[in-house]
Ligand binder design. Structure first.
Ligand code: PEP
Ligand code: MG
Length: 893
């Protein structure tokens, strides 16, 4: 029999896959002896089975009954008992944290009878009725899928009727009235009475949590976070403890270190007389934990002890949810907490200094995406600014954009290329799409643990929250700050590192981490405050450690001296791909046009004569910049028509000129050439090595220019280490033919100049056939460089130029893949070809050098794969070089 239900005493923190993160950690805390209310977890396996079959697996009901009975026996109370009811919470909890994306129902077990029992037993009638109205509200929204707004409006109406501002001020009579209102809402909206039977409530709540795995927002979140869509969620059934039992009760969220900055100390928000989601929802402004110290010193002290225990146990920053019920502390959740990029680097090195983790482990606590974030520019301190005020610094970054007040508008405008800032009172899980689309998020309510803050931090989106002076009127599409009116469309700038909010657009400057990466530690820490310098030093320590342990070298893709120089400063160990076609643009385009229009070899030779000195100088510049480091130069790759005018435009122009009797013979000839070169699938057409074979002299020209450039630098006692690379090879024969031609030129130039250059010739592997025949291809190639862009295109048969904006959205949605294979390597398919080519190639030539120069060379996940299969280096755009260095180090841990 499959075990679908685990008591908290049965699990541990390593069972996240089965028990979800929340369930596994509740079990871990229970077994550490921390004050966790007793309960049990329904496994993700049960959820998967439910989602697949459309109904609960047969054994589940029995197992829940047994677990519930054990709980009731232990506590001496029955679920929903009319005298002294046991109440439970029903919470989602998947393997990966998905804050606010799935459902929770609290106070399950309350009904018309047990509410009275609860009132009597607790001696607090108000509390009992408040709990009941919460159950109706959550159950109605979550389980019965009634629009939450209807309940919120009912709550507002009750407050208005009693003449109070907050829900805590509602008295018993108002709450009883509200319970009736909510029951009516449920009857009218769902067509049935609110289920009074406690077990029925429980079963329906469990089912609603299972179903919430597949809500649109949850799917969108997972797609963004690259979480598989088929994992399912666990469900945690936990004895209710109450934060809404008056002034000595409350509920809170805390972090063992500051998740925004990484500084030591405890951080958190606390709400007196409140339950569950009130804190995260940002419904009321919260107190800080320091206030709790004054309110309830003994609970505060115990909380600190628990937090210390958790940090040393998990050896990481933990975030926790807790409730204080009449001065008794209860732990409701813990997990290794999400943090900003800066906090991640700071905390990792702090934990090393506290002897809790090693440098290798510290490296695993940070990642390339976080480093990328730290490289983002920030607002220029010297610029004129019109500061509107300051909210809470919830998620760092400097964001500027047009104000929008709702998610849909944010998405539409961002799609149209407009940067936008989403401005809301507070965000809720339905705002996810808008938060993804916006450059930044600004809210007027909620603390650092509000939904907006947590989600923005998770996705690296700049966020300022709790900007209380901001009065947002979403319906009127305006917001007011101290008398200044802001309209939709106005520019606004927010600084998620300081919480500052500015009217208009504020210019940005380089971040100190970017300065460090480009100019070194000393230059970066000059003139910055100690705190920022400390962050830069953390980055330096971790990146240096990555460099010291990584096996993969990191090169860059660059085709001019400027990019090469930038990349070299950023730590590139050479050039892995110089796309020479980029050297044929601009003024030189006419030369290519002449080349194409030349009617015979003599005409072409003339153009080559003109191109030779230009190309030679290009290579001299590049090799000078990369002196002493390897530079892989790829011979011309794209189809020639890319250098010619657009076929349709030119045809129209020629037709018009003909009609007007002003036909131009040159233009006519150009059109004829364009027509001749036109291909239906140019990406599969006359390009790369095929062009080299069909157009005599073209590759020879490039090889000569490369060789002469290297020879001239050698004569200047420099150390050019150039490598020649042939693109789009599918057969070893193609490569042999080009090699013969190239070898001859190499020898000639070496003889002419009296030098030995030893320039290796290699090939790109970007066609499945090349990968599958690598044993042969390696006979003619001294190195392989995987062109994973084309290899992905040709393996899948996806046009790399068309699919991303086209049907990929559907493919991602329907789970064909979780991330575009052009972004992150398809390990199973394209990766398999790479493995085959690597192994077979090295069988022929054991010292065959292997590189990757497609976009995947800078993608963190792909880098880990390349490390595993024995690639020697990755090559990526200059900006990604530090990211690749860090990830290559992480891959080696
Ligand atoms: C590739 O195909 O991966 C590659 C690097 O070449 P290009 O992107 O220039 O086609
Ligand atoms: Mg290619």
């Amino acid at each position: 029999m499959t075990q679908y239900v685990y008591a908290f005493t049965e699990g541990n923190k390593d069972q996240k896959e089965l028990l979800g993160g929340k369930g596994a950690n509740l079990a871990e805390m229970t077994n550490l002896g921390l004050p966790v209310p007793p309960g049990f977890t329904i496994t993700t396996e049960a959820c998967r089975s439910y989602l697949a079959a459309g109904s609960e697996p047969g054994e589940l009901r029995v197992q829940v009954t047994m677990a519930l009975r054990r709980l009731e026996d232990d506590l001496g109370r029955q679920l929903g008992d009319r005298h002294d009811p046991l109440l439970v919470s029903v919470r989602s909890g998947a393997m990966h944290s998905m804050p606010g994306m799935m459902e929770t129902v609290l106070n399950v077990g309350l009904n018309d009878a047990s509410v009275k029992g609860l009132a009597e037993e607790s001696g607090d009638e108000r509390f009992a009725w408040d709990s009941y109205r919460r159950l109706l509200q959550m159950f109605g929204k979550t389980v019965l899928e009634i629009d939450g707004e209807i309940f919120s409006k009912g709550l507002d109406a009750a407050k208005a009727q009693q003449g109070v501002d907050t829900d805590v001020e509602l008295d018993v009579e108002s709450l009883k009235g509200l319970v009736e209102t909510f029951k009516t809402v449920i009857r009218e909206q769902s067509g049935a009475e609110f289920p009074q039977h406690p077990r029925e409530q429980l079963d329906l709540a469990i089912r609603a949590v299972f179903d919430s795995w597949n809500t649109e927002r949850a799917r969108l979140y997972r797609r963004r976070e690259r979480i598989p869509q088929d994992l399912g969620t666990a469900v945690n059934i936990c004895t209710m403890v109450f934060g809404n039992m008056g002034e000595t009760s409350g509920t809170g969220v805390a972090f063992t270190r500051d998740p925004a900055s990484g500084h030591g100390g405890v951080y958190g928000d606390y709400l007196v007389n409140a339950q569950g989601e009130d804190v995260v929802a940002g419904i009321r402004n919260t107190l800080s934990l320091a206030d709790l110290k004054d309110l309830d010193p003994s609970s505060y002290k115990q909380l600190l002890q628990v937090m210390r225990r958790l940090e040393t146990h998990y050896r990481d920053l933990c975030d926790i949810e807790f409730t204080i019920e009449r001065s008794k502390l209860w732990m409701l959740q813990t997990r290794v907490g999400k943090r900003t990029a800066a906090a991640a680097f700071r905390i990792a090195t702090q934990l090393v200094d506290e002897n809790l983790i090693t440098m290798d482990e510290a490296l695993e606590r940070v990642n390339g995406a976080q480093l990328a974030q730290l490289m983002f520019p920030r607002f220029d301190a010297d610029a004129d600014k019109n500061q509107l005020g300051r909210g809470m610094a919830a998620s760092p970054g400097a964001a500027t954009g047009h104000i929008v007040f709702d998610s849909k508008t944010a998405e539409t405008q961002a799609q149209a290329g407009q940067p936008v800032i989403l401005v809301r009172k507070e965000t809720n899980p339905d705002d996810l799409g808008g938060m993804i689309a916006a450059s930044g998020v600004l809210t007027s309510r909620g603390g650092k643990t509000s939904h907006a803050a947590v989600v923005a931090r998770g996705m690296g989106r700049t966020c300022v929250c709790g900007f209380a002076e901001l009065d947002v009127n979403g319906d009127a599409r305006t917001a007011t700050v101290n008398g200044t009116v802001l309209n939709e469309g106005d520019m606004i700038s927010i600084d998620g590192s300081t919480g500052e909010v500015f009217a208009g657009e504020v210019p940005v400057v380089a971040s100190p981490v970017a300065t460090y990466l480009e100019s070194g530690l000393d230059a970066a820490v000059e003139n910055i405050d100690d705190d920022t310098a400390d962050l830069v030093r953390s980055v330096d320590r971790l990146l240096s450690h990555a460099d010291s342990i990584r096996r993969l070298a990191v090169r860059t893709n660059a085709d001019n001296a400027e990019d090469a120089s930038r990349a070299r400063h950023l730590g590139a160990q050479g050039i892995g791909l110089c796309r020479t076609e980029h050297m044929f643009l601009g003024d030189r385009r006419v030369l290519i046009e002449r080349l194409i229009l030349a009617s015979d070899q003599a005409g072409r030779e003339e153009v080559y004569e003109e191109l030779l000195p230009l190309q030679r100088q290009d290579f001299v510049d590049l090799l000078t910049e990369m002196d002493g480091l390897p530079v892989t130069i790829r011979l011309l790759d794209p189809p020639l028509h890319e250098f010619l005018p657009d076929r349709t435009e030119l045809s129209v122009k020629v037709a018009l000129d003909r009609a007007a009797g002003t036909a131009d013979p040159d233009e006519e000839r150009l059109l004829a050439a364009v027509e001749k070169l036109h291909e239906s699938n140019p990406m599969l057409g006359l390009r790369g090595v095929r062009l080299g074979l069909v157009l005599p002299g073209l590759f020879a020209l490039q090889v000569r220019a490369i060789t002469e450039a290297a020879a001239s630098l050698r004569a200047r006692t420099q150390n050019p280490r150039v490598e020649i690379m042939v693109p789009l090879v599918g057969s070893v024969m193609e490569l042999f033919l080009i090699r013969d031609e190239a070898d001859q030129i190499l020898r000639t130039v070496e003889e002419e100049q009296g030098v030995e250059l030893g320039i290796p010739i290699g090939t790109m592997i970007e066609l499945p056939r090349a990968a599958l025949t690598a044993t042969r291809v390696a006979e003619a190639a001294e190195f392989f460089s995987f062109g994973t862009n084309d290899l992905t295109q040709t393996t899948w048969g996806f046009s790399r130029d068309d699919v991303e904006g086209g049907f990929f959205a559907t493919y991602l949605d329907r789970g064909v893949f979780m991330v575009s294979p052009f972004e992150s390597l398809d390990v199973d398919g394209v990766g398999r070809l790479i493995q085959i080519a690597a192994e077979d190639g090295r069988r022929t030539r054991p010292d065959l050098k292997l590189g990757v120069c497609g976009e995947h060379g800078g993608d963190p996940d792909s880098i880990h794969f390349f490390h595993r299969v024995g690639i020697d280096y990755v090559s990526c755009s200059p900006f990604r070089v530090p990211i690749a260095r860090l990830e290559a180090g992480r891959a080696a841990v």
